[in-house]
Write a protein that binds this ligand. Structure first.
Ligand code: UDP
Length: 192
C-alpha cells in the first residue's frame, strides 16, 4: 500500500476493510507484521523523537487513528481514505481469532484489568485460544518475550501506552512470527 507523509510520518493509505483483509491474509500466511495506530499525540511525540519516528515509518502498517490526521492529509492534498482506529481493528481481529481459533497473547494494563479482560475474552470469544497474558508492569522484558516465544501466538496485542508499546514491539517482534499491534488503553475499555 502507498504511503502518505503527514508531518513526518508515513501513513499507510488504506481503508478499514482493506486493512482487515490484508491482516487476515498476513496471519494465515504466518507473516511477522507490526501495526501502528497513530493518533495526533503520537504524531506530535514522533516530531520530537527521531528514533520513535523511524520506528513508525518502518512499521508494516502505520494507520491514521484520528480525524485531525485525515483532515490534515486532505489539506495537504494527499488524502487518506478514512480513519482507522486501533480499538476497531483490535475488536475485528479478536472476532477473526475467534472464528479461526487463532492464538492470542495479551500484554499490558494493570494486573486487575488484564484479569478482567481475560475473563471477558473467554466469555465473548470462546473459540479464541489465549496463548498467554501478562500485565504491563514487569521488570524483566526477557521473561515476557521468552514466554511469548514459547506460546507461539498468532497475535500479540501490547497495551503499554505510547511510546513504550512501539519501542517494545520494535525490539522484540522477532521473538514470534506473529502480528504485533500496540493498542494503548484498549484493554481498559474491553475489560469494562
Ligand atoms: N501501561 C502499562 N504499563 C506501563 C504504562 C502503562 O501496562 O508501564 C498501560 C496502562 O495501564 C493502560 C495503557 O498502558 O492500560 C495506557 O493507556 P493510555 O490510555 O494512557 O495509552 P494511550 O492510549 O494514550 O497510548
Amino acid at each position: 500500500y502507498p504511503r502518505v507523509n503527514i508531518l513526518g510520518i508515513n501513513f499507510t493509505k488504506i481503508t478499514n476493510q482493506e486493512l482487515l483483509t490484508q491482516l487476515k491474509k498476513d496471519s494465515c500466511l504466518h507473516r511477522n507484521r507490526f501495526i501502528v495506530t497513530a493518533n495526533p499525540e503520537i504524531v506530535l511525540f514522533a516530531r520530537k523523537n527521531k528514533r520513535y519516528a523511524a520506528i513508525l515509518n518502518n512499521a508494516d502498517y502505520t494507520i491514521a487513528d484520528g480525524i485531525g490526521i485525515i483532515k490534515g492529509a486532505k489539506l495537504l492534498n494527499q488524502p487518506l481514505p478514512e480513519r482507522v482506529t486501533g480499538f476497531d481493528t483490535l475488536s475485528a481481529l479478536l472476532e477473526f481469532a475467534n472464528e479461526k481459533q487463532k492464538r492470542v497473547y495479551f500484554l499490558g494494563a494493570k494486573p486487575e484489568v488484564i484479569t478482567k479482560l481475560i475473563a471477558k475474552v473467554t466469555q465473548n470469544y470462546p473459540q479464541l485460544v489465549i496463548a498467554g497474558y501478562h500485565d504491563g508492569y514487569f521488570k524483566d522484558e526477557q521473561i515476557i518475550t521468552h514466554e511469548i516465544q514459547q506460546t507461539a501466538p498468532d497475535f500479540v496485542f501490547v497495551a503499554l501506552g505510547f511510546p513504550k508499546q512501539e519501542f517494545f514491539i520494535n525490539d522484540y517482534r522477532n521473538s514470534s512470527q506473529a502480528l504485533w499491534m500496540g493498542v494503548g488503553g484498549s484493554f481498559d475499555v474491553l475489560a469494562g
